[in-house]
Design a protein around this ligand. Structure first.
Ligand SMILES: C[S@@+](CC[C@H](N)C(=O)[O-])C[C@H]1O[C@@H](n2cnc3c(N)ncnc32)[C@H](O)[C@@H]1O
Length: 467
């Protein structure tokens, strides 16, 4: 089992200028928080794990124990779903976990260069798709809105490159609390909440850069059309099932009440197969412990269908692996690893994304690339050149130190450089030369050169090439 813990981020001094020469991003606070990483405190034994004493009045624990008393042990997926997104008590529903008093730090909060490079990626894919006249930027789980804000600043700076394209912004966010933080960051006070809770669009407004922006709970509600989909540290928050290989075959790991201490929860291996353990494990699986995220699989299938039918691309960036890791389920609270079963609802829960599973779920509907490490992705996107430009234009020693520390945190293989990975799904036409048209309805068409222009390389997955 991996037991690495990323060192704390020590970004100090004022927010730094960005690579486009625009003023510093007001939301990029200096931070002293560790990034999320593999748990050193994970349970060694699934049947004997125990959690610390519950906090008095932990209503999430009461809710979960009532559920278990009524129906028996619950799957880890159900536990995660309840703990993170229960509409009343869920961790994401109630918290702004990314703030200075939050539980962890993410790349867009570490350095705005990150969001700016992703903005360039979006533009590059829009260009690679032939510059369609309508362009939806869709982000899943936008957190505090920092990534979208940095991307929109790039769009605004490079307005000329976007020509007259009608750009709109669409955010898929389950947390009303975070949607408020996002709205403040992206629109100032230019957003309104829908009159009815049942509306698919629950908030709408205009960004500070003048674009229409809408909030949804589900991808199904986002309008169809050419879209660039971004998911940064989103898939790792989706519920996973956990399975253990035993002498009798695959068995599901579930959450139960500890019979010795009824105020505590424990993980157990259930004796009989469950629907999930019979359906979700590959016949040729070699690992002895496996985590599967079917909700992530469904979202990827929906995205693949949309990309195939409407055009566009998805970029998924997360802690992840390519079907090699086993037990990655971990908790974070106050910037420290936290027992996944202790004080449920008070800490973040996360599991590494299995990109081999996502690729399998996407199938042949789209072209998939990656995963590539964050280090390689950002270097291909030109982070070194950008850092040099910024340093050349910056005399303030503390801002310079902050730029270098942010770069190191994002790219150092011992920090986020290797463990954080990028994966993309593209419309197949994106990677092929346009086909010469033969004839339509028996009518001869104008001759088209046999060889069309070569497609643009996919930025990040090979070196950036814009034209
Ligand atoms: C770990 S945070 C990442 C925030 C941001 N992307 C970043 O990197 O800073 C996860 C985000 O996904 C949202 N989220 C979690 N589960 C969700 C779900 N099932 N549907 C929609 N949003 C969800 C959370 O509210 C939060 O905004």
């Amino acid at each position: 089992m991996l037991s690495m813990k990323a060192p704390p981020v020590h970004l100090q001094g004022p927010p730094h200028p960005n690579c486009l020469g625009t003023p510093p991003h007001p939301d990029h606070h200096p931070s002293h928080h560790p990034v999320r990483s593999w748990s050193v405190a994970q349970r060694q034994s699934f049947s004997s794990g125990s959690a610390e004493k519950p906090m008095p009045g932990n209503s999430m624990l009461g809710h979960l124990t009532s559920k278990i008393k009524a129906t028996g042990p619950i799957s880890v997926a159900e536990y995660m779903r309840e703990v993170l997104t229960n509409p009343v008590m869920g961790y994401y529903v109630q918290n702004d976990m990314l703030g200075p008093d939050g539980d962890f730090i993410t790349s867009p909060e570490i350095s705005q260069i990150f969001g700016e490079l992703l903005g360039i990626w979006c533009l590059s894919e829009w260009m690679g798709a032939g510059k369609p006249s309508r362009f939806q930027l869709v982000e899943f789980g936008p957190g505090r809105g920092s990534l979208a804000n940095d991307i929109l600043r790039v769009f605004s700076q490079l307005r000329g490159a976007l020509g007259g394209a009608a750009v709109s912004v669409h955010l898929v966010e389950v947390s009303p609390k975070l949607s408020q933080v996002q709205a403040q960051c992206l629109t100032g006070d230019q957003s309104q909440v829908s009159a009815s809770e049942d509306e698919p669009v629950y908030r709408q407004g205009t960004t500070t850069t003048g674009l229409p922006i809408s909030w949804y709970r589900n991808l199904d509600d986002v309008p169809r059309g050419f879209s660039i989909y971004l998911a940064h540290e989103f898939f790792d928050a989706l519920p996973i099932h956990k399975f253990q290989g035993t002498e009798k075959g695959w068995r599901e790991v579930m959450v139960d009440i500890d019979p010795d201490e009824p105020g505590k929860l424990r993980l157990v291996i259930v004796p009989a197969p469950t629907l999930a353990s019979t359906q979700l494990i590959q016949a040729d699986e070699k690992r002895r412990h496996v985590e599967v995220c079917p909700e992530g699989g469904v979202i990827v299938q929906l995205l693949a269908n949309r990309i195939a039918e409407d055009g566009g691309a998805a970029l998924i960036a997360d802690y992840g692996h390519d079907g090699t890791k086993t037990d990655t389920f971990r908790g974070f609270k106050g910037h420290k690893l936290h027992d996944v079963l202790a004080s449920p609802g008070s800490a973040d829960l996360t599991a590494d994304v299995d990109y081999s599973y996502l690729r399998r779920m996407a199938g042949a509907t789209v072209a998939c690339m990656g995963p590539v490490s964050q280090k390689d992705f950002l270097k291909n996107m030109g982070i070194d050149t950008r850092l040099q430009v910024l340093l050349r234009n910056c005399a303030d020693p503390s801002t310079r130190a902050q730029l270098i520390q942010g770069y190191d945190m994002l790219t150092n293989p011992l920090k986020m450089g290797e463990r954080f990975q990028f994966f993309t799904m593209l419309n197949h036409s994106r990677l092929t030369r346009p086909e010469p048209e033969q004839s339509k309805g028996g009518k001869k068409m104008a001759p088209v050169p046999k060889k069309g222009p070569a497609p643009l390389p996919v930025a990040g997955f090979s070196e950036l090439g814009l034209s």
